[in-house]
Design a protein. Structure first.
Length: 112
C-alpha cells in the first residue's frame, strides 16, 4: 500500500468513526458500531470499511442495515472530508471478526 493510500485510509477512518457512531444511534438503537479498519484501493475509488458491532443479536442484519444507508453515510462523510479529499471513495462495509475469533480461542484454551 502506498503512503498516499494509507493517509487516505487513516483520514477516512478518523472522520468516519464518529460520524458512523452518531448515525447508527438513529438506525440501530442500543448497538455500538465502531470502525476497526479502513483499506482503500490504489485508485481511491473504493474503501473497505471493517466495523465491529456490539450489543447485537444478529450482526449480519445490523451490517445489512448499515449497507442499506450507505449512500447517506457517504454523503455525510463527503461533507466532513470533502475539502481535503477530491474524490470520496465508494464505501463497502464488512464485519470485523477478530473479537469473535479471539473469544473462541480463549474458550478453547480454557477448556484444555
Amino acid at each position: 500500500m502506498s503512503i498516499r493510500t494509507e493517509k487516505i485510509s487513516r483520514a477516512v477512518q478518523r472522520d468516519l468513526a464518529p460520524l458512523l457512531s452518531r448515525f447508527c444511534q438513529r438506525i440501530l438503537p442500543g448497538q455500538l458500531v465502531t470502525v476497526v479498519e479502513v483499506k482503500a484501493t490504489a485508485d481511491l475509488g473504493l474503501a473497505k470499511i471493517y466495523v465491529s458491532v456490539l450489543n447485537s443479536k444478529d450482526k449480519q442484519k445490523s451490517l445489512d442495515t448499515i449497507g442499506f444507508h450507505n449512500k447517506e453515510i457517504r454523503q455525510e462523510l463527503a461533507q466532513v472530508i470533502g475539502k481535503r479529499i477530491r474524490k470520496i471513495p465508494e464505501l463497502n462495509f464488512y464485519l470485523d471478526e477478530t473479537m469473535d475469533h479471539a473469544e473462541r480461542i480463549n474458550s478453547l484454551l480454557d477448556n484444555l
